[in-house]
Design a protein around this ligand. Structure first.
Ligand code: SF4
Ligand code: SF4
Length: 453
């Protein structure tokens, strides 16, 4: 057994063989699979790495027939190994309006029907398929078919919002350049999403941040219209590309201040105690929260906050195993599945050191700069792919992204001090279930304030 075999066996394959167990020490809930289908797409988003980095998916590996054949080989192997997944992501450029996308869904469904256990299949999509009545029907049928087979097929809406899509997500078609098309698109989008209860993950980037205050109002109005909660159902993740400037960071801080004031005013009737409860003492907006809250100050995980340490990625066009879709550069590939006579017979090892670093080691202590940074308790940290693109080293933080996070954290610390949030947290009773966690947060705030002084 190679070093890579040993790492992957312990981190992913054994938990997948064990399946859901209820054992609190089980790695299974944190072990997902990503099928990296293709880089072909119908849009040209400003910040998308697939548009800019052709090396991430070799063009010769993007032939639909090869992708489908490899997918079947891989799923045959998963069935043979008796794997059980709590989540499988289908990551690609946008293909869900096309027969190729529907075929991919049908192949996966056929394996679920043959006994491959998957609780949820997740697809991040720009939702452009809703412009076609045929594609809407094809997708809706499949969501129902998956449900009937015992698997939830879930879509996550990668649209930025009415005041931002035309800036950062320029379509290859004209949906966002013509007002009538645009209105029609959003009506169809929200109706489809509401029908199945899907949520949204727009991106806040250096390019679009100055429009986000008005953009959030746009989301808020649409959410009210369609029965969503804008604070609960929209996950606004920061794009960690190397282009944050002083001006865009100031715009971001102003947007965060706007969000906090709006939450305080509209959801807490101006009562800071309620804000404290929302942000620190209860599971904010749960159940069903979309996860990351960009104006929250939560303890960062020792593993990377994204999926790179929790997901096993397979690039279907050549069965390579990259750390994730944006780190699929040749030199970073963990390895590649070996296929003989149409069957997977093992894994060729390529870079087990990268696998060990990402899957087994503490990403704060092992990233130069993060290890001793006063902000490391809260900082989400950079994206390995973006860091590889900016500085040729996936583990070296990008200075402009550090400025973004330090600026954001400083701003939130000051804003919450002005509102009396820290003072209120100091009075939390030791009987509170979050007492220890709150103590750690207050200590980290103190540490940052001392480092700034
Ligand atoms: S600010 Fe930069 S150096 Fe500090 S923890 Fe964040 S990513 Fe690491
Ligand atoms: S390293 Fe970057 S692209 Fe890869 S999963 Fe994390 S955030 Fe996403």
């Amino acid at each position: 057994m190679s070093v890579l075999d040993t790492i992957l066996e312990k981190r992913f394959f054994t938990p997948w063989r064990q399946g859901r167990s209820g054992d609190p020490a089980s790695l299974w809930p944190d072990s997902s699979l990503e099928l990296y289908v293709t880089a072909a797409c119908n849009q040209n988003c400003e910040y998308c790495y697939l548009v800019r980095q052709k090396e991430l998916y070799p063009r010769e590996a993007m032939k639909p027939e090869i992708i489908k054949k490899n997918m079947k080989n891989f799923l045959d192997w998963c069935l043979k190994e008796g794997f059980s997944f709590h989540q499988v992501d289908l990551f690609s450029g946008e293909i869900w309006h096309s027969p190729f996308g529907w075929e991919i869904l049908d192949i996966l469904l056929s394996y679920i029907r043959r006994g491959l256990r998957i609780e949820t299949v997740m697809i991040p999509t720009n939702a452009s398929f809703v412009l076609s009545d045929r594609a809407i029907a094809e997708m809706a049928n499949r969501i129902e078919d998956y449900g009937a087979a015992g698997c939830r097929l879930q879509l996550s809406g990668s649209i930025d919002g009415g005041l931002s899509d035309g800036i950062t997500r320029r379509g290859n078609e004209s949906r966002l350049t013509d007002e009538k098309n645009t209105d029609d698109f959003y009506d169809r989008f929200f109706s489809f999403w509401r029908r199945f209860g899907f949520v949204f993950h727009p991106m806040v980037s250096a390019e679009n941040v100055k429009y986000w205050r008005e953009n959030f109002q746009w989301w808020d109005e649409r959410c009210r219209e369609y029965g969503y909660d804008s604070f609960r159902d929209i996950m606004m993740l920061e794009v960690r590309n190397d282009n944050w400037t002083d001006e865009s960071i100031e715009d971001y801080k102003s947007f965060l201040g706007f969000l906090i004031d709006k939450l305080l005013d509209e959801r807490c009737s101006g009562d800071v105690k309620k804000l404290v409860n929302h942000l620190f003492l209860t599971d904010i907006f749960n159940p069903g929260s979309s996860g990351y809250i960009n104006f929250g100050l939560a303890k960062a995980d020792a593993f990377q906050g994204c999926t790179v340490s929790d997901m096993f990625t397979v690039r279907l066009g050549d069965l390579a195993i990259p750390p994730c879709h944006r780190t699929a550069y040749d030199e970073l590939l963990y390895g590649r599945f070996r296929v003989e006579d149409g069957k997977i017979t093992g894994i060729e090892e390529h870079n087990p050191q990268i696998a060990s670093r990402i899957l087994l080691q503490d990403s704060i202590l092992c990233s130069p700069g993060c290890d001793c940074c006063p902000y490391n308790f809260f900082c989400l940290r950079g994206c390995y792919g973006s860091q590889r693109e900016a500085g040729k080293d996936p583990f070296m933080p990008i200075e402009s992204v550090c400025r973004l996070f330090r600026g954001k954290i400083d701003f939130l610390i000051d804003k919450y001090r002005e509102l009396g949030v820290w003072e209120a947290l100091e009075k939390v009773s030791p009987a509170n279930a979050r007492y220890e966690e709150i103590g750690e947060i207050l200590e980290a705030v103190k540490h940052i304030r001392e480092a700034r002084a």
